[in-house]
Design a binder for this molecule. Structure first.
Ligand code: HEC
Length: 143
C-alpha cells in the first residue's frame, strides 16, 4: 500500500532552501548597503551638488539671455558662500597645497565676479568659463 500523503521530494526541498537563501541574501545586502550609506558623510557630495546646480543655473540664464545683475548675482553670491566650505568638506585634502590653491582660485574668481558683476551675456559667459575651469582644476587633481 502506498502512503496517501506524499512526502515532498528531495529536490523540492533543495529548491525551497535555495530560494529562501537567495531572498535572505538579497534582504541582508540591502540592509548592509543602507547601513553603510547612513554612516557616510553626505556633506562633501552635497556641497558639490549644490555648487554644480548653481553653475548650471548660471549657464541656463545665459542661454535664455537673462544676463542682468539681478539674474546672476544671487547665483554668484551663493557660489561664493559655498566656496568657503571647501576645506570644511574635504578635511583629508585641506592640508594639500594644490587643494588650497584651487579653492582660493575659485574664491578669487567669484570675488572678482561679485566686485565687477557681469552686465551682459558676453561677460557672463566669460565668468562662467572661468568658474568652470577653476572647478576643473581641482577635480583634475583630486577627483
Ligand atoms: C578645491 C577643490 C574643488 C573645487 C574648487 C571644486 N570641487 Fe567639485 N569636487 C572636489 C572633490 C575632491 C570631489 C570628489 C568628491 C568625492 O568623490 O567624495 C568633487 C566632486 C564634485 C562633484 C561630484 C559630486 C558627487 O556626487 O560625488 C560635482 C558635481 C562637483 N564636484 C562639482 C563642482 C563644481 C560645479 C565646482 C565649481 C563651481 C567644483 N566642484 C569645484 C573638489 C573640488
Amino acid at each position: 500500500m502506498s502512503d496517501p500523503v506524499r512526502a515532498p521530494s528531495k529536490s523540492a526541498r533543495y529548491l525551497f532552501v535555495l530560494i529562501a537563501g537567495l531572498l535572505i541574501g538579497a534582504v541582508a545586502t540591502v540592509m548592509i548597503m543602507r547601513a553603510i550609506q547612513a554612516r557616510q558623510d553626505h556633506f562633501p557630495s552635497s556641497l558639490m551638488t549644490v555648487m554644480s546646480k548653481q553653475t548650471q543655473l548660471l549657464s541656463d540664464s545665459q542661454k535664455q539671455n537673462r544676463c542682468s545683475i539681478n539674474d546672476t548675482s544671487p547665483r554668484l553670491q551663493t557660489l561664493r558662500s559655498l566656496a568657503n566650505d571647501l576645506e570644511q568638506a574635504f578635511p583629508s585634502l585641506r592640508d594639500d597645497q594644490r587643494f588650497q590653491l584651487s579653492a582660493s582660485r575659485l574664491r578669487a574668481t567669484l570675488n572678482d565676479a561679485l566686485a565687477k558683476p557681469p552686465a551682459d551675456c558676453a561677460s557672463l559667459a566669460a565668468v562662467s568659463q572661468k568658474i568652470g575651469s577653476d572647478c576643473k582644476a581641482c577635480h583634475q587633481d583630486f577627483r
